[in-house]
Unconditional design. Structure first.
Length: 102
């Protein structure tokens, strides 16, 4: 899977870039057949904004955005939002067990 980290209107250090890749690699374990992921850091009117975009086969992109006063906090918040989105997805295995219990 390809991970792209982009910084718009700002510069980020290597440690933050590595943290973003580390987080997305943990998150993609929640989905089947991930294709690519993008992490975008943006400085928007003194607010630090981080956006995750996760593209998977058979399905639309999963996007989460968070803002804070620093990139590290925004990164963690966006990762939590994406993780929550993916946790809410109903997998075929969970549907089978739910149907079998009726």
């Amino acid at each position: 899977m390809r991970v792209t980290v982009t910084a718009r209107h700002c510069e980020i250090d290597e440690a933050l870039r590595e943290r973003a890749v580390e987080l997305i690699e943990k998150i993609v374990k929640l989905v089947r057949r991930p294709q690519r992921a993008e992490v975008v850091f943006d400085n928007d009117h003194n607010q630090k904004v981080v956006e995750f975009q996760l593209y998977v086969a058979r399905g639309g992109p999963h996007v989460s955005t968070a803002e804070a006063h620093d990139f590290r906090t925004a990164l963690d918040r966006a990762a939590d939002k994406l993780r929550n989105q993916l946790d809410k997805l109903e997998t075929p295995a969970s549907r089978r067990t739910a149907v079998g219990q009726e």
